[in-house]
Design a protein around this ligand. Structure first.
Ligand code: DGT
Ligand code: CA
Ligand code: CA
Ligand code: ZN
Length: 563
């Protein structure tokens, strides 16, 4: 993570703590402003001569930033964090609880962490608070339960960069000939239990020693000659297994999993009078690569993302899973007009840099007040600017779009007359995400059936490990999407991955179109596409299933399918 990102997080946390402590609004918003300014900056704040030249950063904040870039510590931050019970910040993760509520819980009924919050629900103290109805309490309980059920799994967006960094370091160690990650991470799952690393080396003890001595290691859990386990400062466990290079394929196959895939593969070996385990395949003893082992078992090499024993053993050879290079447009991006940090021109240039033929500007609609959503008149002016910039920019088509809210009753946040002026309409649910299945499905069906809607953005609204989102009747949604030619989005942001893998599979099987977008707010968000692609592959998606793989003219025709 960059210094700017670290610092932005710290200033956001300081704002939250000040709000929990009931400090004055000016102080709170000053910290939020600094955090936003840091998020907006392209250059590293540590390299600036005069930090106060950045708008939004005053003298005292500049001092704090300098202290941090010089010493890695910020005295005021540490003091603030110490000034409230540490568990209060965890409560902020519970859906529907903001800083003001945390303050009330803390001051009025002695709640200091998730545990005491649970107790307050059970013994009725929570109910005794004014404006705390049965439905709110029910939602809080469900959210706590959801948070607990996922507490031990890490988002792939966090795990993958860490694993890549560790592997880049480990492969420089003398003697190492092969090293890669396996397990759920190699299968591209949305969350990871632990990181599994597999290596071959001519010097086992050196690799084991250096692995346990890595900077990131907080605790050594096991240190043997061929197997080590550590816990990282970031909280994750990493397992390293050192295997013979002639058996590397067998070990990689075994430790990639899934367990279910392994079991079925082993049964297949047995039925062919062969024996397969992590040490190799016998009697042929071709165990060096996965390809060779699959071939010996009369199978094509199966991509890790679909190794779940969900039919992959009979997948047709012509079923070629989508790859990142198949994507040639991004149809859901934000600018500074709402809550994004790029201008229309910057988005256009970004699209060109990525080799896309089309990029869509889809800022938030008016209901998203906190995200600076556009009112109709502002959107009308924005449409004109986008079309003007599009005219003047060669090599990319910039579409004038909107990410229009699907309101709780299924109507859209803009009227048809305005929507008709747009080149592309992404309709997304943002609020009322605790609706029950029937109501939520009806709500989304209304948007899917709307002739001016092209894409349903992040259809469930879930946030991984934080918010369950809408539990839709997926078969009905997919059937309607196929009938009305409305694409369902797989939002690539690793917090979302919404649709999830199983929903993607249902979408492709049901002949509905998938849209794989990044929902970028910052330039670096475009990197999130890798997570969308992994999830799409887990859902067996091919380029033909995805509108972002259409060539320029094909996409234009599709956008006008109801014109
Ligand atoms: P995770 O870490 O919970 O996200 O999921 P995995 O799939 O990475 O599971 P992990 O780390 O427990 O084990 C890595 C791989 O090792 C797993 O995908 C398959 C293999 N494996 C582990 N235990 C067994 C087992 O009991 N039988 C078989 N056949 N394979 C196993
Ligand atoms: Ca694992
Ligand atoms: Ca493991
Ligand atoms: Zn968005």
């Amino acid at each position: 993570m960059s210094t700017n990102t670290d610092l932005a997080k710290m200033f956001h946390t300081m704002a939250t703590i000040l709000e929990i402590k009931g400090e004055n609004a000016f102080k709170i918003s000053a910290n939020t402003k600094v955090a936003r300014a840091l998020e907006d900056m392209v250059e590293d704040v540590g390299e600036l001569d005069d930090i106060t030249s950045i708008s939004g950063i005053g003298k005292s904040s500049a001092k704090k930033i300098q202290q941090y870039t010089k010493t890695g510590k910020m005295y005021d931050y540490d003091e603030l964090v110490k000034s409230i019970p540490s568990g209060l910040l965890d409560i902020m993760n519970v859906q529907g609880i903001g800083a003001k509520t945390v303050r009330r819980l803390w001051k009025e009924i002695d709640v200091v962490d998730i545990q005491t919050l649970k107790e307050a629900i059970t013994d009725g103290r929570l109910e005794s608070l004014p404006r705390m109805g049965a439905k709110t309490i029910q939602n809080i309980s469900e959210s706590i339960e959801f948070l607990a059920s996922n507490a031990d799994r890490t988002r792939i967006g966090i795990a993958l960069p860490i694993a890549s960094r560790l592997i880049n370091h480990l492969k420089t160690i003398k003697g190492v000939t092969k090293i890669t990650f396996a397990g759920s991470l190699r299968r591209g799952m949305e969350t990871i239990g632990d990181i599994d690393i597999l290596a071959s080396t001519s010097d086992e003890s050196l690799l084991a020693k250096q692995f346990c001595e890595m900077q990131d290691v907080e605790k050594i859990l096991a240190q043997g000659k061929t197997k080590c386990s550590v816990r990282l400062n970031a909280g994750m466990q990493v397992d390293l297994r050192i295997v013979d290079k002639d058996k590397f394929g067998a070990a990689l196959l075994y430790f990639t999993g899934s367990k279910e895939h392994n079991i079925t593969l082993r049964e297949r070996a047995i039925s062919q009078k062969k024996k397969l385990n992590e040490y190799g395949l016998s009697p042929s003893n071709i165990s060096c690569t996965e390809e060779a082992i699959y071939a010996d078992l009369e199978l094509p090499w199966i991509p890790p993302e679909i190794r779940e024993d969900h039919g992959e053993f009979s997948v047709s050879k012509s079923h070629s899973l989508i790859t990142i290079s198949d994507i040639c447009s991004d149809l859901h991006c934000h600018t500074t007009a709402s809550d994004g940090h790029m201008s229309i021109e910057e988005l256009g240039k970004m699209g060109m840099q990525l080799g896309y033929h089309t990029i869509a500007v889809t800022d938030h609609s008016q209901a998203q007040g906190q995200a600076n959503g556009l009112k109709p008149d502002r959107l009308r002016r924005q449409i004109d600017s986008i079309h003007e910039i599009n005219e003047s920019m060669q090599g990319i088509t910039i579409l004038a779009g909107s990410e229009v809210d699907i309101l709780p009753d299924g109507t859209l946040d803009f009227d048809d007359e305005l929507l008709e002026m747009l080149d592309i309409v992404v309709a997304s649910p943002h609020a009322a995400l605790q609706q029950k299945t029937a109501e939520a499905t009806k709500r989304l069906l209304a948007a899917i059936e709307h002739p001016l809607v092209h894409i349903i953005g992040h259809p469930t609204g879930r946030i991984i490990n934080k918010r369950k989102g809408l539990e839709l009747d997926i078969p009905s949604i997919v059937a309607a999407a196929a009938e009305h030619q409305t694409a369902l989005e797989l939002n690539s942001n690793s917090h979302r991955l919404d649709l999830r893998d199983t929903h993607v599979r249902a979408t492709c099987d049901g002949n509905a179109f998938l849209a794989i977008n990044t929902d970028s707010h910052h330039p670096e968000d475009f990197d999130q596409l890798q997570f969308g692609i992994l999830t799409a592959r887990r859902g067996w998606a091919t380029p033909r299933d995805c509108i972002n793989c259409m060539k320029h003219d094909e996409l234009q025709t599709w956008l006008c399918r109801n014109c």
